[in-house]
Structure formats: structure tokens, C-alpha cells
Design a protein around this ligand. Structure first.
Ligand code: HEM
Length: 461
């Protein structure tokens, strides 16, 4: 039976009755796509090949260090049952230029954004000119190797093994080091201090079973992340996924200043001042959704994700806040993110170290203005209709989801000329006088589009 990407039920990957094609799909799919792999410590290597044949040998040589999605899921299960540690994650992506260098044609790839490469999409995405990107990203990147684990030692050892395989005709153009950032409770946060990575599309039955799903259905079909691997021996059972990688630098000081200014403009006092930042993000720092609570709640962990906006025209959670712009959740099963197939699987990691305490209330002047940020990564079945659509049509569009809401306060790019009116109280109707949009505090420093091929393709090289 062909792999059913549009199955309306989550994939029971461990079911005895799984058909042969779906089994083959899982045995040949890279990990971290249908379920996030631990990558608290992460090394990201960007490689350029001078010689295609050597490039092929290198990529094939990585196979003994890699595992399949199924092996990863088995490791997760073993860890949940007995805390048995898993093996490091090694993921490989190839850019359009990379496939050409390896001697392949890219005509069979369906995604036009991938076939253009990120540099040529900069106008679509309102990105800075390529000359302003960090040097490694200005070069021609052919492949990315991701190495991740819970601790630093296995990552360092695996990184050495990867580098030892690199032929003389290949160069590492650049490298990023991702390092998980955690708050006082040990929860993963991003550099502005907010819990991140909570809301994700879920594809697997065991994951979906853990979520309540009364107001928001976290299940999404595999069609959101999988694309047939057109160069694999059996594209009907060998799948991959399109990866967007963007280095997003965060000016934490400027964001904290914007939070303070918004709190002042709205006349928010004492503990209620935290609501200003929550109005920009859509959640309080501890993850509490503004849609459900006007104050940070201590409902425990995992933080709440079972909400929709269908009964909230913006009185509780501003329609222009980050999480509402990038996932409108307007109706339970017929929302835009579902109908248009927009939701992607985010798998980013923070980078850069801090000397301050990222989650506390110390004044903005004590915060970094650069050198820290997010290595934004997401898996897509279509870069054009998922990542690019989210960035361009929603985040960068001051008129989405309605006129006057402004750019996404976290990731919106493009001239910010609007004045925005906010609700003065949580759940109230009274609008503030128009307030200038907060300045852009996230800067794209470079990136690329990749296809994460099937293991069957790598074996065939
Ligand atoms: C959610 C921060 C970049 C898409 C979130 C959350 C935070 C956050 C704090 C809430 C936690 C959660 O619900 O998982 C940031 C920061 C970014 C960034 C600081 C850059 C430095 C991006 C980009 C995109 C994006 C580039 C896509 C173009 C999303 C989506 C969600 C989310 C889809 C989940 C929303 C939901 O389902 O409710 N982000 N983000 N983010 N972000 Fe971002």
C-alpha cells in the first residue's frame, strides 16, 4: 500500500500491521523530521565540494554515523521506559547547488523555492542583501551536516568523525554551535526569555495521545513534512523533507526596551507589566497563553497548548502577536494553517552564550545587542507554501490577519510604518491610542534551503 501522506489518523509507527511501504519509509527517513531529536548541543557544518565524486563519497561515508527515523523512535521509547540513552543525531541536507555539483539534475524536485536557493528569495522574504550576510552564507553551500545530542561530548566526538571523512577537495565554509538555553525551571527558552518549541504539528499516534486536543487538534498529516525523494531508488517509499536554515540574530536589549515602552504606553503597573511582552509574543515568558490567562499561570508543565482563537477577536491575545500571526488557529479543523497546509515542524536551536540571566527582569541596558539568537530550522513538504508563506504572507504583512495589526513583532521584516492600537486591559474592549510598531529586533544573518534526502538515496551514491 503506498505511503498515505494524507491519512487523517496519526501514524502508529510501532503497529504490527504497518504496511511494507510505510515501514520502508520509516527505515529510510532521517530522524528529527517526524519527531524532534534531542539537540541540546548541536554542531552545524556547512560544506562546499570542489569535486562532485568526492562529495558523493563523503555523503555516503556518513551513513554509518546516521540512523533512521524508526531507530530514533525506538530510542525515544527506550529512553521513556528505562532512561536508556540514545545515540547522537547526524542529519544531512543537500542544497540545489549541491545536487548540481554531485552531478544530479534538480528538475524532479517539486519546490521552486528550493530550486532557487535562499539567496535568490531574499526579495520575496524582505531579507537583507546577501553582501550583508555573514561570510560563510555568502558562499556556495552544497551540504549541511547537523550533529546533535543531549550532552557536548558525543557531539564533539561525532563532529571529529565527520571532519575525518571530509575529502581534501571539500571545505567547511562555516560552522554554527547551537546550545540549549533554559530558564530557572529547566524549560527550553529562546533569547528574549520565552519558552519556545511548545506548539508543534504532531504526526505520530503516541505523541498525539499525550495532548488534550479539545480546542486545538495538534495532529497534522505527514503531507506537512514529507516529500518523495525524487533521486532515491523508490520515490514512492523513500522520502525526505525540505529544510529551511536561517541564522536569526536577536537584539535582546532592543526587544526588552520595546516591552518596557509598550508597558509604559499602556500604563501597565507592577506585575501586569509582563503583559506587554506577552502581547508581542502571544504567551508569557513561562509559556502561559494570553488567549487563556491574563497573568502567567502556574499550571505546571507542559504549558498549555489546547486553545484556539475562534472566540477571541483580539481582546485577550492580540491578533498581531507572534504566535497568532504564524498560526492563526482560527477554527478547530478548518483553520487556514490546516486548509492551506502551512504548519511546518520547527527544529531550531538557540546559539550564543549569555552572562546575564535571560529570563529575569533586569533592565534592558544589561542585555546583549547581538551575538545571540536562533538557528531557525524547520522541515517542510513545500518551502514555498509553508516557511515562505508564513514569513512573507503572514509575518511580513502588516495587514494580516486584519488591517492595522502591523508586522509580526518578533520576526516581521520590512519597513514598519504603522501605528497599532492595543487593548488596554486583558479581555477588555477599550483600545489604546495608536502606538508605533515596535522596531525590528531580529536580523537574518544568512541561511540556505536544503533537501534532507532518504538514507536509500545516500546508499545509492
Ligand atoms: C512559536 C519565538 C522565529 C514560527 C514561538 C514561540 C516563541 C517564539 C517564544 C512560542 C512557543 C511555542 O508556541 O512553541 C521566536 C523567536 C524567533 C522565532 C524569538 C526568532 C528569533 C520564528 C520563525 C517562524 C516562527 C522564523 C516562521 C517563519 C513559529 C510558529 C510557532 C512559533 C509556527 C508556533 C505557534 C503556534 O502554533 O501557536 N516562536 N520565533 N518563529 N513560532 Fe517563533
Amino acid at each position: 500500500m503506498p505511503v498515505d501522506l494524507f491519512n487523517t489518523k496519526p501514524l502508529a509507527w510501532d503497529s504490527a500491521g504497518l504496511d511494507a511501504d510505510t515501514k520502508a519509509m520509516l527505515d529510510n527517513l532521517q530522524p528529527n523530521i517526524v519527531q524532534a531529536h534531542v539537540r541540546e548541543h548541536l554542531a552545524v557544518l556547512f560544506v562546499h565540494f570542489d569535486d562532485g565524486a568526492d562529495g558523493k563519497r563523503f555523503l555516503r561515508g556518513l551513513l554509518p554515523l546516521m540512523k533512521s527515523a524508526r531507530k530514533h523512535l525506538e530510542e525515544v521509547r527506550a529512553f521513556d521506559r528505562s532512561k536508556a540513552p540514545g545515540t547522537p543525531y547526524v542529519g544531512v541536507g543537500i542544497s540545489k547547488a549541491g545536487y548540481l555539483k554531485l552531478g544530479h539534475s534538480t528538475t524532479k524536485f517539486g519546490d521552486n523555492a528550493f530550486k532557487s536557493g535562499l539567496k535568490r528569495r531574499k526579495d520575496t522574504l524582505s531579507d537583507p542583501p546577501v553582501g550583508k550576510w555573514e561570510k560563510p552564507y555568502q558562499g556556495e553551500i552544497h551540504a549541511v551536516v547537523l550533529i546533535g545530542d543531549a550532552t557536548g561530548e558525543p557531539v564533539a566526538a561525532t563532529r571529529e568523525r565527520v571532519l575525518a571523512l571530509l575529502p581534501k577537495t571539500a571545505q567547511v565554509l562555516g560552522e554554527e554551535t547551537g546550545l540549549g538555553l533554559r530558564n530557572a525551571q529547566g524549560r527550553g527558552i529562546e533569547h528574549f526569555g520565552y519558552i519556545d518549541g511548545r506548539s508543534q504539528p504532531l504526526f505520530l499516534a503516541d505523541q498525539v495521545a499525550k495532548e488534550p486536543g479539545k480546542n486545538w487538534t495538534p495532529f497534522f498529516p505527514l503531507s506537512h513534512v514529507l516529500a518523495a525523494d525524487p533521486l532515491a531508488p523508490r520515490p514512492d517509499r523513500h522520502f525526505g523533507s525540505y529544510l529551511v536554515f536561517r541564522k536569526l540574530e536577536q537584539n535582546v536589549r532592543a526587544f526588552r526596551q520595546a516591552e518596557e515602552q509598550l508597558a509604559d504606553s499602556l500604563g501597565l503597573k507592577e506585575a501586569d507589566r509582563q503583559r506587554a511582552g506577552a502581547m508581542l509574543v502571544g504567551r508569557f515568558r513561562n509559556g502561559t497563553p494570553l488567549r487563556l490567562h491574563g497573568k502567567p499561570s502556574s499550571d505546571g508543565f507542559p504549558v498549555q497548548n489546547d486553545f484556539s482563537y475562534r472566540d477571541d477577536s483580539g481582546a485577550k491575545c492580540p491578533v498581531g502577536s507572534h504566535i497568532r500571526k504564524v498560526n492563526p488557529r482560527d477554527t478547530r479543523d478548518g483553520g487556514l494553517e490546516r486548509v492551506l497546509g502551512v504548519m511546518m515542524a520547527r527544529r531550531g536551536q538557540t546559539y550564543g552564550t549569555r552572562t546575564d540571566v535571560p529570563w529575569d527582569d533586569a533592565p534592558p541596558e544589561t542585555r546583549p545587542t547581538g551575538g545571540v539568537g536562533l538557528l531557525f530550522m524547520a522541515f517542510n513538504a513545500s518551502l514555498q507554501s509553508q516557511f515562505e508563506f508564513t514569513q512573507q504572507t503572514w509575518a511580513d504583512n502588516p495587514g494580516f490577519p486584519e488591517e492595522g495589526v502591523g508586522h509580526d513583532p518578533v520576526i516581521g521584516q520590512g519597513k514598519r510604518e504603522l501605528k497599532v492600537r492595543y487593548r488596554e486591559t486583558w479581555g477588555g474592549d477599550k483600545l489604546s491610542p495608536p502606538i508605533a510598531e515596535i522596531p525590528q529586533t531580529v536580523t537574518m544573518k544568512g541561511g540556505e534551503y536544503f533537501f534532507m534526502p532518504s538514507l536509500a538515496y545516500l546508499k545509492s551514491l
